[in-house]
Ligand binder design. Structure first.
Ligand code: ATP
Length: 223
């Protein structure tokens, strides 16, 4: 394994982050530690192609991610998808990132166990491995696909050891088990909309931002 490449490798966790919570943040940090990475980018999906457009604007969602990672230099808020028009296809973002980091650098696309189940619906999903490795993080309540088109595809590219991700720049799949935290943004939005506390599920700074901007009140769409 190439130790220098590992230190420079770039990992990306895409999501709507509506809002960002400790499930995202703890998984991201554990992955950084486990794989000895120097940075992981939380990439905010401006216009997610596979779900209704979030009522909370991409700018608010990015601001919350920025607040959440402010004091953790290894986690970075990536807003490249806010600068593009049209649906935020991950494959386009990976292509842009690949052009930025060059052809040799390992790129890791991190997806949760729920997100990977819908992978075949993503634009040019098989081309993701032309630009990056795929790191699938187990998530409570979701089993990983085995068999079928997706399961076979994942298995056929599976890396045996984490170190295999740093020998080549892209093209491998690694299944990672991290601390399972059963937290979802859906649950947080529901708590806030019903006037309950979401404290200790997400950073206080993010909760303060939510209160300040009256997000997720259930009253009216926020921009
Ligand atoms: P929602 O409930 O609105 O669907 P979410 O909590 O799943 O949101 P997303 O922004 O959609 O959050 O997730 C971004 C990425 O983070 C996805 O790959 C998802 O699988 C992963 N993820 C989200 N929550 C967790 C968690 N608790 N543990 C591990 N991975 C997570």
């Amino acid at each position: 394994m190439d130790v220098a490449k590992r230190a420079q490798a770039v990992a990306v966790l895409g999501g709507t982050f509506n809002p960002v919570h400790f499930g995202h943040l703890r998984s991201a940090l554990e992955l950084v530690d486990h794989l000895h990475l120097s940075q992981l980018r939380l990439m905010v999906s401006a216009r997610p192609p596979h779900r209704d457009e979030p009522q909370t604007s991409a700018e608010h969602r990015a601001a919350m991610v920025q607040l959440a990672v402010d004091d953790e230099p290894r986690l970075i808020c990536d807003t490249r998808e806010l600068a593009r028009s049209g649906p935020s296809y991950t494959v386009d973002s990976l292509k842009a990132l690949r052009a930025e980091v060059g052809q040799e650098m390992p790129l890791l696309l991190v997806v949760g166990g729920d997100a990977v189940q819908g992978l075949t619906g993503w634009s040019r999903w098989q081309a993701l491995l032309d630009y990056a490795h795929l790191v699938v993080v187990a998530r409570p309540g979701f089993t990983l696909p085995r068999g079928g088109e997706l399961g076979d595809w994942l298995t056929s590219h599976e890396a045996g050891l984490p170190g295999d991700l740093f020998d080549v720049p892209q093209g491998r799949v690694y299944l990672e088990s991290l601390r399972p935290l059963p937290i979802s943004a859906t649950e947080i939005r529901a708590l806030l909309q019903s006037g309950k506390s979401a404290r200790y599920l997400l950073p206080d700074s993010v909760l303060d931002y939510i209160n300040q901007h009256e997000l997720y009140t259930g009253r009216s769409p926020t921009t």
